[in-house]
Design a protein around this ligand. Structure first.
Ligand SMILES: Cc1cc2nc3c(=O)[nH]c(=O)nc-3n(C[C@H](O)[C@H](O)[C@H](O)COP(=O)(O)OP(=O)(O)OC[C@H]3O[C@@H](n4cnc5c(N)ncnc54)[C@H](O)[C@@H]3O)c2cc1C
Length: 410
Protein backbone atom coordinates (compact mmCIF):
# COMPACT_ATOMS: atom_id res chain seq x y z
CA UNK A 1 0.00 0.00 0.00
CA UNK A 2 1.48 3.41 -0.97
CA UNK A 3 1.83 6.32 1.44
CA UNK A 4 -0.17 9.51 0.81
CA UNK A 5 1.59 12.78 1.60
CA UNK A 6 0.02 15.77 3.39
CA UNK A 7 1.19 18.98 5.00
CA UNK A 8 -0.99 18.49 8.08
CA UNK A 9 -2.68 15.37 9.44
CA UNK A 10 -5.41 15.83 12.05
CA UNK A 11 -6.56 12.81 14.05
CA UNK A 12 -10.18 13.24 15.18
CA UNK A 13 -13.02 15.18 13.56
CA UNK A 14 -14.64 16.47 16.77
CA UNK A 15 -14.95 20.22 17.47
CA UNK A 16 -11.17 20.65 17.98
CA UNK A 17 -10.09 18.87 14.79
CA UNK A 18 -12.79 20.46 12.59
CA UNK A 19 -12.02 23.97 13.90
CA UNK A 20 -8.32 23.57 13.09
CA UNK A 21 -9.04 22.21 9.58
CA UNK A 22 -11.56 24.98 8.81
CA UNK A 23 -9.24 27.73 10.05
CA UNK A 24 -6.27 26.45 8.00
CA UNK A 25 -8.13 25.48 4.80
CA UNK A 26 -7.81 28.98 3.26
CA UNK A 27 -3.96 28.58 3.32
CA UNK A 28 -4.36 25.99 0.56
CA UNK A 29 -2.13 23.41 2.29
CA UNK A 30 -2.95 19.69 1.93
CA UNK A 31 -4.84 18.62 5.06
CA UNK A 32 -5.88 15.07 5.98
CA UNK A 33 -8.43 14.54 8.76
CA UNK A 34 -8.73 10.96 9.90
CA UNK A 35 -11.64 9.85 12.10
CA UNK A 36 -12.48 6.41 13.47
CA UNK A 37 -16.28 6.90 13.42
CA UNK A 38 -18.55 7.60 10.46
CA UNK A 39 -20.57 10.83 10.56
CA UNK A 40 -23.20 11.60 11.69
CA UNK A 41 -21.79 10.24 14.94
CA UNK A 42 -22.95 10.92 18.50
CA UNK A 43 -20.73 11.85 21.46
CA UNK A 44 -21.64 11.42 25.13
CA UNK A 45 -22.12 14.99 26.35
CA UNK A 46 -24.47 17.40 28.15
CA UNK A 47 -24.90 19.15 24.76
CA UNK A 48 -24.54 22.68 26.24
CA UNK A 49 -22.83 25.17 23.94
CA UNK A 50 -21.48 28.20 25.79
CA UNK A 51 -20.74 31.73 24.58
CA UNK A 52 -17.16 30.59 23.97
CA UNK A 53 -18.36 28.13 21.28
CA UNK A 54 -20.41 30.90 19.65
CA UNK A 55 -17.44 33.29 19.68
CA UNK A 56 -15.24 30.75 17.88
CA UNK A 57 -18.04 30.07 15.37
CA UNK A 58 -18.17 33.82 14.65
CA UNK A 59 -14.47 33.73 13.72
CA UNK A 60 -14.72 30.65 11.46
CA UNK A 61 -14.76 31.29 7.71
CA UNK A 62 -17.79 31.12 5.39
CA UNK A 63 -20.42 32.50 7.79
CA UNK A 64 -20.33 29.51 10.12
CA UNK A 65 -22.07 31.40 12.95
CA UNK A 66 -24.91 32.69 10.74
CA UNK A 67 -25.46 29.21 9.30
CA UNK A 68 -25.46 27.76 12.82
CA UNK A 69 -28.05 30.30 14.01
CA UNK A 70 -30.35 29.83 10.99
CA UNK A 71 -29.93 26.21 9.97
CA UNK A 72 -29.16 24.04 12.97
CA UNK A 73 -31.77 22.30 15.15
CA UNK A 74 -31.11 23.53 18.70
CA UNK A 75 -32.63 25.15 21.79
CA UNK A 76 -31.69 28.67 22.99
CA UNK A 77 -30.55 28.95 26.61
CA UNK A 78 -30.48 32.17 28.62
CA UNK A 79 -28.75 31.17 31.83
CA UNK A 80 -27.86 28.70 34.58
CA UNK A 81 -29.76 27.69 37.72
CA UNK A 82 -27.44 26.58 40.51
CA UNK A 83 -29.02 24.37 43.16
CA UNK A 84 -27.02 24.06 46.39
CA UNK A 85 -26.86 20.87 48.48
CA UNK A 86 -29.46 22.41 50.86
CA UNK A 87 -31.70 22.67 47.74
CA UNK A 88 -31.77 26.47 47.72
CA UNK A 89 -31.30 27.74 44.20
CA UNK A 90 -30.13 30.86 42.42
CA UNK A 91 -30.72 31.82 38.79
CA UNK A 92 -27.80 33.37 36.93
CA UNK A 93 -28.72 34.77 33.50
CA UNK A 94 -25.98 34.76 30.84
CA UNK A 95 -26.79 38.41 30.04
CA UNK A 96 -27.80 41.29 32.27
CA UNK A 97 -30.57 42.38 29.88
CA UNK A 98 -32.34 39.96 27.58
CA UNK A 99 -32.82 41.28 24.04
CA UNK A 100 -35.28 38.97 22.25
CA UNK A 101 -34.12 40.40 18.89
CA UNK A 102 -30.63 38.98 19.44
CA UNK A 103 -29.70 35.27 19.30
CA UNK A 104 -29.42 33.65 22.72
CA UNK A 105 -26.01 33.74 24.50
CA UNK A 106 -25.93 29.93 24.75
CA UNK A 107 -27.56 26.94 23.05
CA UNK A 108 -28.29 23.30 23.62
CA UNK A 109 -27.65 21.13 20.60
CA UNK A 110 -27.11 17.37 20.44
CA UNK A 111 -23.57 16.46 19.49
CA UNK A 112 -24.83 14.38 16.58
CA UNK A 113 -26.25 17.60 15.11
CA UNK A 114 -23.51 20.05 16.16
CA UNK A 115 -20.48 17.91 15.27
CA UNK A 116 -22.04 16.96 11.91
CA UNK A 117 -22.65 20.66 11.20
CA UNK A 118 -18.91 21.32 11.63
CA UNK A 119 -17.86 18.11 9.85
CA UNK A 120 -20.02 18.85 6.77
CA UNK A 121 -18.26 22.19 6.33
CA UNK A 122 -14.98 20.34 5.77
CA UNK A 123 -16.42 18.93 2.54
CA UNK A 124 -16.56 22.36 0.89
CA UNK A 125 -12.73 22.55 0.82
CA UNK A 126 -11.00 20.56 -1.93
CA UNK A 127 -7.69 20.64 -0.02
CA UNK A 128 -9.19 18.81 3.01
CA UNK A 129 -9.09 15.04 2.53
CA UNK A 130 -11.45 13.17 4.83
CA UNK A 131 -10.80 9.60 5.96
CA UNK A 132 -13.79 8.28 7.96
CA UNK A 133 -14.20 4.93 9.72
CA UNK A 134 -10.39 4.77 10.01
CA UNK A 135 -8.93 4.30 13.47
CA UNK A 136 -5.32 5.44 13.77
CA UNK A 137 -3.39 2.53 15.28
CA UNK A 138 0.25 3.51 14.85
CA UNK A 139 2.34 6.70 14.78
CA UNK A 140 6.03 6.95 13.86
CA UNK A 141 8.47 9.82 13.67
CA UNK A 142 10.25 10.24 10.31
CA UNK A 143 13.08 12.61 9.38
CA UNK A 144 10.69 15.23 8.02
CA UNK A 145 7.37 14.54 9.73
CA UNK A 146 5.08 11.87 11.16
CA UNK A 147 3.81 8.58 9.69
CA UNK A 148 0.14 7.90 10.56
CA UNK A 149 -1.30 4.44 9.94
CA UNK A 150 -4.78 2.95 10.11
CA UNK A 151 -5.64 -0.59 8.95
CA UNK A 152 -6.17 0.49 5.35
CA UNK A 153 -4.24 3.79 4.96
CA UNK A 154 -0.67 4.99 5.32
CA UNK A 155 -0.44 8.77 5.57
CA UNK A 156 2.59 10.99 6.02
CA UNK A 157 2.34 14.57 7.31
CA UNK A 158 4.87 17.34 7.90
CA UNK A 159 3.05 17.98 11.18
CA UNK A 160 0.44 16.11 13.25
CA UNK A 161 -2.47 17.48 15.28
CA UNK A 162 -3.90 15.16 17.93
CA UNK A 163 -7.58 16.10 18.33
CA UNK A 164 -8.50 12.53 19.20
CA UNK A 165 -10.20 12.97 22.55
CA UNK A 166 -9.48 11.78 26.07
CA UNK A 167 -7.87 8.43 25.14
CA UNK A 168 -5.62 10.12 22.57
CA UNK A 169 -3.03 8.00 20.74
CA UNK A 170 -1.37 11.28 19.70
CA UNK A 171 -0.79 12.27 23.36
CA UNK A 172 1.16 9.05 23.98
CA UNK A 173 3.28 9.90 20.95
CA UNK A 174 3.75 13.61 21.75
CA UNK A 175 4.21 13.46 25.49
CA UNK A 176 3.73 10.06 27.17
CA UNK A 177 3.11 11.34 30.71
CA UNK A 178 1.20 9.46 33.38
CA UNK A 179 -1.71 11.20 35.06
CA UNK A 180 -3.34 10.94 38.45
CA UNK A 181 -7.04 10.08 38.55
CA UNK A 182 -7.72 13.36 40.41
CA UNK A 183 -7.51 15.02 36.97
CA UNK A 184 -10.42 13.03 35.54
CA UNK A 185 -14.10 12.89 36.14
CA UNK A 186 -16.66 10.53 34.68
CA UNK A 187 -20.01 11.70 33.36
CA UNK A 188 -23.09 9.58 32.74
CA UNK A 189 -26.14 10.74 30.82
CA UNK A 190 -29.42 9.67 29.22
CA UNK A 191 -32.27 11.42 27.41
CA UNK A 192 -35.74 11.66 28.96
CA UNK A 193 -39.11 13.00 27.94
CA UNK A 194 -41.74 14.48 30.25
CA UNK A 195 -39.42 15.93 32.87
CA UNK A 196 -41.50 18.47 34.79
CA UNK A 197 -40.96 22.16 35.64
CA UNK A 198 -38.26 23.02 33.13
CA UNK A 199 -37.14 26.63 33.24
CA UNK A 200 -39.20 28.78 30.80
CA UNK A 201 -35.98 30.25 29.33
CA UNK A 202 -34.22 26.89 29.13
CA UNK A 203 -31.80 27.65 31.95
CA UNK A 204 -29.32 24.82 32.38
CA UNK A 205 -29.80 23.33 35.86
CA UNK A 206 -26.70 22.31 37.81
CA UNK A 207 -27.77 20.54 40.99
CA UNK A 208 -24.96 20.09 43.50
CA UNK A 209 -26.06 17.00 45.40
CA UNK A 210 -24.09 16.05 48.48
CA UNK A 211 -23.36 12.55 47.17
CA UNK A 212 -21.69 13.95 44.03
CA UNK A 213 -19.63 16.94 45.23
CA UNK A 214 -17.68 18.59 43.70
CA UNK A 215 -19.56 17.05 40.75
CA UNK A 216 -23.19 17.78 40.03
CA UNK A 217 -26.39 16.45 38.48
CA UNK A 218 -27.59 18.31 35.39
CA UNK A 219 -30.98 18.81 33.75
CA UNK A 220 -30.55 20.34 30.31
CA UNK A 221 -33.58 20.99 28.10
CA UNK A 222 -33.04 19.62 24.61
CA UNK A 223 -34.84 19.82 21.26
CA UNK A 224 -38.36 18.33 20.87
CA UNK A 225 -39.18 18.65 24.59
CA UNK A 226 -36.50 16.13 25.56
CA UNK A 227 -34.11 16.53 28.45
CA UNK A 228 -30.46 15.55 28.64
CA UNK A 229 -29.96 14.50 32.28
CA UNK A 230 -26.78 13.23 33.83
CA UNK A 231 -24.19 13.61 36.50
CA UNK A 232 -20.43 13.87 36.76
CA UNK A 233 -18.28 12.45 39.50
CA UNK A 234 -14.55 12.74 40.23
CA UNK A 235 -12.90 9.50 39.11
CA UNK A 236 -11.24 9.03 42.51
CA UNK A 237 -14.67 8.83 44.17
CA UNK A 238 -15.91 5.92 42.08
CA UNK A 239 -14.25 3.02 43.98
CA UNK A 240 -15.71 4.37 47.27
CA UNK A 241 -19.19 3.79 45.93
CA UNK A 242 -21.10 0.60 46.50
CA UNK A 243 -23.45 0.96 43.55
CA UNK A 244 -22.82 1.51 39.84
CA UNK A 245 -23.27 4.97 38.36
CA UNK A 246 -26.39 3.91 36.45
CA UNK A 247 -28.10 2.46 39.53
CA UNK A 248 -27.17 5.58 41.54
CA UNK A 249 -28.76 7.62 38.73
CA UNK A 250 -31.97 5.54 38.91
CA UNK A 251 -32.09 5.89 42.70
CA UNK A 252 -31.57 9.66 42.53
CA UNK A 253 -34.42 10.29 40.09
CA UNK A 254 -36.70 7.95 42.00
CA UNK A 255 -35.96 9.01 45.60
CA UNK A 256 -34.18 12.36 45.81
CA UNK A 257 -36.52 15.08 47.17
CA UNK A 258 -35.49 17.58 44.47
CA UNK A 259 -35.34 15.17 41.52
CA UNK A 260 -38.12 12.65 42.19
CA UNK A 261 -41.04 15.10 41.69
CA UNK A 262 -39.43 16.34 38.46
CA UNK A 263 -38.96 12.81 37.06
CA UNK A 264 -42.19 11.23 38.35
CA UNK A 265 -43.78 11.12 34.84
CA UNK A 266 -40.52 10.95 32.91
CA UNK A 267 -39.75 8.26 30.35
CA UNK A 268 -36.14 7.36 29.62
CA UNK A 269 -35.67 7.31 25.84
CA UNK A 270 -31.98 6.37 25.56
CA UNK A 271 -29.70 4.06 27.45
CA UNK A 272 -27.28 5.33 30.11
CA UNK A 273 -23.90 6.11 28.58
CA UNK A 274 -20.75 7.24 30.39
CA UNK A 275 -17.49 8.83 29.30
CA UNK A 276 -14.39 10.40 30.88
CA UNK A 277 -13.61 14.13 31.07
CA UNK A 278 -9.90 15.15 31.23
CA UNK A 279 -9.73 18.19 33.51
CA UNK A 280 -7.59 21.25 32.98
CA UNK A 281 -6.09 20.89 36.48
CA UNK A 282 -3.49 18.68 34.80
CA UNK A 283 -0.85 20.72 33.06
CA UNK A 284 1.28 19.02 30.46
CA UNK A 285 3.42 19.96 27.50
CA UNK A 286 1.00 20.07 24.57
CA UNK A 287 3.51 20.27 21.75
CA UNK A 288 6.64 18.48 20.58
CA UNK A 289 7.74 15.58 18.37
CA UNK A 290 6.15 17.37 15.37
CA UNK A 291 2.78 17.18 17.16
CA UNK A 292 0.27 19.55 18.75
CA UNK A 293 -2.42 18.31 21.15
CA UNK A 294 -5.88 19.88 21.05
CA UNK A 295 -9.11 19.74 23.06
CA UNK A 296 -9.66 16.71 25.31
CA UNK A 297 -6.38 15.17 24.10
CA UNK A 298 -4.71 18.21 25.73
CA UNK A 299 -6.74 18.20 29.02
CA UNK A 300 -8.72 21.34 28.29
CA UNK A 301 -12.00 20.63 30.12
CA UNK A 302 -12.98 23.30 32.66
CA UNK A 303 -12.55 21.69 36.13
CA UNK A 304 -15.63 23.35 37.62
CA UNK A 305 -18.22 23.51 34.84
CA UNK A 306 -17.12 20.47 32.78
CA UNK A 307 -17.28 22.63 29.66
CA UNK A 308 -14.92 21.34 26.99
CA UNK A 309 -16.36 22.11 23.54
CA UNK A 310 -15.50 25.84 23.60
CA UNK A 311 -11.95 25.17 24.80
CA UNK A 312 -11.50 22.40 22.21
CA UNK A 313 -12.50 24.85 19.47
CA UNK A 314 -10.35 27.63 20.95
CA UNK A 315 -7.34 25.26 20.93
CA UNK A 316 -8.08 24.58 17.24
CA UNK A 317 -7.91 28.32 16.59
CA UNK A 318 -4.67 28.75 18.53
CA UNK A 319 -3.10 25.77 16.73
CA UNK A 320 -4.10 27.33 13.39
CA UNK A 321 -2.35 30.62 14.30
CA UNK A 322 0.86 28.85 15.32
CA UNK A 323 0.86 26.48 12.33
CA UNK A 324 0.29 29.34 9.87
CA UNK A 325 3.59 30.70 11.12
CA UNK A 326 5.29 27.25 10.94
CA UNK A 327 4.19 26.66 7.33
CA UNK A 328 5.32 30.19 6.41
CA UNK A 329 8.84 29.65 7.78
CA UNK A 330 9.03 25.86 7.25
CA UNK A 331 10.03 25.56 10.91
CA UNK A 332 8.38 22.76 12.93
CA UNK A 333 11.02 22.57 15.67
CA UNK A 334 10.01 21.88 19.27
CA UNK A 335 11.14 25.43 20.19
CA UNK A 336 8.81 27.02 17.65
CA UNK A 337 5.91 24.72 18.52
CA UNK A 338 6.28 25.77 22.16
CA UNK A 339 4.56 29.01 21.18
CA UNK A 340 1.39 26.89 21.10
CA UNK A 341 1.87 25.96 24.78
CA UNK A 342 2.37 29.55 25.85
CA UNK A 343 -0.73 30.75 23.96
CA UNK A 344 -2.84 27.92 25.39
CA UNK A 345 -1.65 28.97 28.83
CA UNK A 346 -2.45 32.62 28.29
CA UNK A 347 -5.87 32.12 26.71
CA UNK A 348 -7.23 29.00 28.43
CA UNK A 349 -5.22 27.71 31.40
CA UNK A 350 -5.26 31.01 33.35
CA UNK A 351 -9.09 30.81 33.40
CA UNK A 352 -8.87 27.33 34.90
CA UNK A 353 -7.32 28.78 38.06
CA UNK A 354 -10.70 30.33 38.89
CA UNK A 355 -12.49 27.10 38.02
CA UNK A 356 -10.12 25.01 40.14
CA UNK A 357 -10.89 27.32 43.10
CA UNK A 358 -14.62 26.97 42.44
CA UNK A 359 -14.18 23.19 42.24
CA UNK A 360 -12.53 23.24 45.70
CA UNK A 361 -15.30 25.46 47.05
CA UNK A 362 -17.93 23.09 45.62
CA UNK A 363 -16.30 20.23 47.51
CA UNK A 364 -17.75 21.61 50.73
CA UNK A 365 -21.53 21.54 50.92
CA UNK A 366 -21.44 24.12 53.75
CA UNK A 367 -19.50 26.64 51.66
CA UNK A 368 -21.62 25.98 48.60
CA UNK A 369 -24.83 26.49 50.58
CA UNK A 370 -23.40 29.73 51.95
CA UNK A 371 -22.50 31.10 48.50
CA UNK A 372 -25.91 30.26 47.03
CA UNK A 373 -27.71 31.73 50.05
CA UNK A 374 -25.66 34.93 49.70
CA UNK A 375 -26.27 35.11 45.97
CA UNK A 376 -30.05 34.70 46.46
CA UNK A 377 -30.07 37.80 48.67
CA UNK A 378 -27.40 39.91 47.03
CA UNK A 379 -27.81 41.28 43.50
CA UNK A 380 -24.15 42.31 43.25
CA UNK A 381 -23.04 38.71 43.73
CA UNK A 382 -25.58 37.49 41.15
CA UNK A 383 -24.26 40.08 38.70
CA UNK A 384 -20.71 38.95 39.37
CA UNK A 385 -21.71 35.37 38.61
CA UNK A 386 -23.37 36.50 35.36
CA UNK A 387 -20.23 38.41 34.43
CA UNK A 388 -18.22 35.22 34.95
CA UNK A 389 -19.92 33.84 31.86
CA UNK A 390 -19.71 36.99 29.77
CA UNK A 391 -16.66 38.98 30.76
CA UNK A 392 -13.28 37.41 29.92
CA UNK A 393 -11.37 40.08 31.93
CA UNK A 394 -13.50 39.52 35.00
CA UNK A 395 -12.83 35.79 34.80
CA UNK A 396 -9.13 36.58 35.18
CA UNK A 397 -9.78 38.92 38.14
CA UNK A 398 -11.64 36.07 39.80
CA UNK A 399 -8.36 34.22 40.30
CA UNK A 400 -7.72 36.68 43.15
CA UNK A 401 -8.67 35.34 46.59
CA UNK A 402 -10.24 38.74 47.48
CA UNK A 403 -13.24 37.90 45.30
CA UNK A 404 -14.09 34.85 47.39
CA UNK A 405 -13.58 36.78 50.59
CA UNK A 406 -16.14 39.34 49.34
CA UNK A 407 -18.62 36.64 48.30
CA UNK A 408 -18.40 34.85 51.62
CA UNK A 409 -18.19 37.71 54.09
CA UNK A 410 -20.04 40.59 52.47
C1 LIG B 1 -20.77 13.18 30.08
C2 LIG B 1 -20.13 14.38 29.47
C3 LIG B 1 -20.84 15.60 29.41
C4 LIG B 1 -20.24 16.72 28.81
N1 LIG B 1 -21.00 17.86 28.68
C5 LIG B 1 -20.47 18.94 28.06
C6 LIG B 1 -21.26 20.09 27.82
O1 LIG B 1 -22.48 20.12 28.09
N2 LIG B 1 -20.68 21.18 27.24
C7 LIG B 1 -19.35 21.17 26.89
O2 LIG B 1 -18.85 22.20 26.40
N3 LIG B 1 -18.58 20.08 27.08
C8 LIG B 1 -19.11 18.95 27.63
N4 LIG B 1 -18.34 17.80 27.78
C9 LIG B 1 -16.94 17.82 27.29
C10 LIG B 1 -16.91 17.70 25.76
O3 LIG B 1 -17.68 16.58 25.35
C11 LIG B 1 -15.47 17.54 25.25
O4 LIG B 1 -14.63 18.44 25.94
C12 LIG B 1 -15.38 17.81 23.75
O5 LIG B 1 -16.09 16.83 23.03
C13 LIG B 1 -13.90 17.81 23.30
O6 LIG B 1 -13.83 17.93 21.89
P1 LIG B 1 -12.61 17.27 21.11
O7 LIG B 1 -12.79 17.65 19.68
O8 LIG B 1 -11.34 17.57 21.79
O9 LIG B 1 -12.80 15.69 21.28
P2 LIG B 1 -13.99 14.73 20.86
O10 LIG B 1 -15.25 15.47 20.73
O11 LIG B 1 -13.92 13.59 21.82
O12 LIG B 1 -13.57 14.22 19.42
C14 LIG B 1 -12.47 13.35 19.25
C15 LIG B 1 -12.66 12.58 17.95
O13 LIG B 1 -11.52 11.76 17.73
C16 LIG B 1 -11.92 10.49 17.25
N5 LIG B 1 -10.85 9.54 17.55
C17 LIG B 1 -10.45 9.12 18.78
N6 LIG B 1 -9.42 8.25 18.67
C18 LIG B 1 -9.16 8.11 17.35
C19 LIG B 1 -8.22 7.33 16.61
N7 LIG B 1 -7.32 6.54 17.21
N8 LIG B 1 -8.25 7.41 15.25
C20 LIG B 1 -9.16 8.22 14.61
N9 LIG B 1 -10.07 8.96 15.28
C21 LIG B 1 -10.07 8.92 16.64
C22 LIG B 1 -13.23 10.24 17.99
O14 LIG B 1 -14.04 9.29 17.31
C23 LIG B 1 -13.86 11.64 18.01
O15 LIG B 1 -14.71 11.88 16.92
C24 LIG B 1 -18.90 16.65 28.33
C25 LIG B 1 -18.20 15.45 28.40
C26 LIG B 1 -18.80 14.33 28.96
C27 LIG B 1 -18.04 13.03 29.00
Amino acid sequence: MSTQDFDLIIIGAGPAGCTLALKLAPLGIRIAIIEKEIFPRDKICGDALSGKVLNVLKRLPDNAYTDFIHMVDKVPSWGIRFVAPNLNSVDVPFRFHKDPEQPAPGFICTRKVFDTFLFDRLKTHSNIHIFQGEKVICLDRTTNGVQVDSISHHLHGRILAGADGVHSIARKFCNPVTTDKKHFCVGIRAYFENVLELHPENFIELIFLKSLLPGYFWIIPSADGMVNAGFALMKGKIPERKESMSSHFSHLIKDHPFLAPRFKNARQVSKFEAHTLPLGTFDLRRSGNRTLLLGDAAFLVDPFSGEGIGNAMASGEIAAEVLTNCFGTNDFSDETLQLYDSRIHRRIITEFRTSAMMQKLANSSLLFNLVVNKARRNEEIRNMLTAMFTDEDLKKKLTRPGFYFRVLFK
